[in-house]
Design a protein around this ligand. Sequence first.
Ligand code: C2E
Ligand code: MG
Ligand code: MG
Ligand code: MG
Length: 284
Amino acid sequence: KAKEMSGNQFQLFFPDIENRAVEQIQLENDLFKALQHDWEFELYYQPKFNVRTNELIGMESLIRWNHPQLGTLSPAHFIPLAEETGLIIPLGEWVIRKACLQMKKWYEDGHKNLVISANLSPHQFSQKNLVPMVKEILIETGLPPFLLELELTENLIIHNTEQTLKTIGELKELGVQISIDDFGTGYSSLGYLKDFPVDTLKIDKSFIDDITTNSNNAAITKTIITLADSLHLNVIAEGVEEEEQAKFLADHGCHWIQGFYYSRPLQSKAFEHHFLKKFTQRGY
Ligand code: C2E
Ligand code: MG
Ligand code: MG
Ligand code: MG
């Protein structure tokens, strides 16, 4: 009987499109439900190091969703959906709170100089109560504000310049640090850099990938490092996977570094075990 129904034709000819739409709606439902509690989400932490001294300087928080049926989902699977549906607002708040709580705990354990970063997506950044929300979380968790860094992408910064400038200014007033993620990939003019009170440029992985073989990307990377130095900004390279890349960056004066060469993003216990344990055991 079902075969005679015209709706079935659609299924026959466009099974993929239909399935994908159903999957997205299901995932959206699941995301909404998961946000009613918080145990399905988890932050992983990827260490950042000083290139010269090899000292740990902090870590980036990266969200994972431990979906009850689908297993661990990476942000690419659900952040765009969260952005589209507005669920990024509660999800993003959860991320910032969790990151601050975790860093406060490590701070209490004696790690007083580590900066934790969290990513902000465009929708989150343009929400009206971002600044009061961040302020509230800092008060509630007791984390010193300068130990929180927010990573914004370049494209987010260049849109709606006036409002953006105001928001970044207010975040800086709270004492929070700001970095520009995926730097070099946006369509921006460099002019905005002198107006925005940012702290750090994060050189995008796409330049780092073939830094030792592609002279254009090597040149761009060197230019970004020089630019950061002349503007008195910090500079970090992301996506460093090989020793040669790390060496190139060290030789050319990049301050900080992050990537699989040093460590993948880790669950908090593993992060403690690999990067914080010795320090804590010594009882600092
Ligand atoms: P991102 O902020 O640029 O983060 C860097 C991404 O590169 C991470 O992927 C990280 O795991 C990966 N990565 C780091 N080092 C290496 C490396 O050496 N090699 C390779 N191949 N990859 C490396 P992840 O965790 O899948 O996150 C992807 C993106 O999702 C992030 O890019 C960020 O834009 C977004 N994201 C992650 N967590 C959050 C969050 O809590 N909130 C928001 N709004 N976005 C998030
Ligand atoms: Mg980031
Ligand atoms: Mg990045
Ligand atoms: Mg990136």
